[in-house]
Design a protein around this ligand. Structure first.
Ligand SMILES: [Fe+2]
Ligand SMILES: [Fe+2]
Length: 281
């Protein structure tokens, strides 16, 4: 079974050459599924969503997608609070809410929030209700089904500095480790990785995909080819520069996952109301 794990396309600032190449790979090689782990757009502009709709709609394989922090209204704060997922809904309707393959399911976990009690809203937050929904979906699967969980933010930071990126991430990882979860797929940090994180409930594999945008950090645009054979997961990080997978995969998730800010972009908003998001994937 083969899954193409792609992330952080950021329509509005895509790397056209890389994106064309990925589309060709999908059309020619026809993976069993494509998992897109969020940040489809740059600033959730209507034209960026239109491009995302067109690109994803043309894929002729099952697709699942997560909403990323860049996919909620950025300039229109009223809409962000009142209807943060309205622009994403067309994507949500087009993709699968969960992909069930033979003995394997891809189940999404929401890590974004319209607002947070901290200055930087770009970081992850797994609310109790988001985690409960994902766990309920996993627990409802036929016994023995193996699971890949897809999320936008890495659940925990694995570097030695600083604190965890994602609020509620450690607890979520622990709960997933208690279940038949092969790995958690994520994006956001724009560099690929393939790490094992220890939790009190046992080890959990975390697989990150790089970006297909021009917002690169340490590695060229790439996507992950994930192969599952007899319950064993292997990852190849494919890229046009032909950099070998071990050289593409970073050893630590960076503490600060925020892409470099452009000079004319406003700074992070200050949260004034608590977030209570409806379940959306
Ligand atoms: Fe991103
Ligand atoms: Fe992100």
């Amino acid at each position: 079974m083969r899954i193409f794990h792609i992330s952080d396309i950021h329509f509005g600032l895509v790397d056209e050459r890389a994106l064309d190449w990925v589309r060709e790979c999908i059309a020619l090689e026809r993976p069993d599924a494509v998992a897109i782990t969020g940040d489809l757009t740059m600033r959730a502009r209507h034209r960026e969503y239109a491009a995302a709709n067109e690109w994803i709609g043309a894929l002729d394989v099952p697709v699942t997608a997560n909403i990323g922090n860049h996919d909620m209204p950025y300039f229109n704060l009223v809409e962000r609070f009142v209807a943060p997922y309205r622009r994403y809904r067309a994507i949500h309707r087009m993709v699968e809410s969960e992909i069930d393959l033979a003995g394997l399911a891809i189940v999404p976990l929401k890590t974004t929030a319209r607002a947070q009690w901290r200055l930087d809203w770009s970081k992850g937050w797994i609310t109790a209700s988001a985690l409960a929904e994902t766990l309920a979906r996993i627990d409802a699967l036929p016994q023995g089904t193996r699971v890949l969980v897809s999320a936008h933010h890495p659940l925990v930071e694995t570097g030695t500095r600083g604190t965890a990126l994602t609020r509620g991430g450690s607890r979520a990882l622990e709960e997933l480790a208690r279940r038949n979860v092969l790995a958690v797929l994520s994006g956001h940090v724009h560099d690929p990785f393939d790490l094992i994180e220890e939790t009190v409930a046992g080890p959990m594999r975390m697989i990150g995909a790089g970006t297909l945008s021009r917002r690169i950090r340490s590695t060229p645009p790439s996507f992950n080819e994930i192969t599952i054979k007899e319950g064993k997961v292997s990852v190849e990080t494919r890229n046009l520069e032909r950099v070998a997978t071990p050289d593409m995969q970073i050893d630590d998730v960076p503490e600060d996952a925020l892409p470099p800010r452009e000079p004319d972009e406003p700074v992070s908003h200050v949260a004034t109301i608590p977030a209570q998001d409806p379940p959306v994937h």
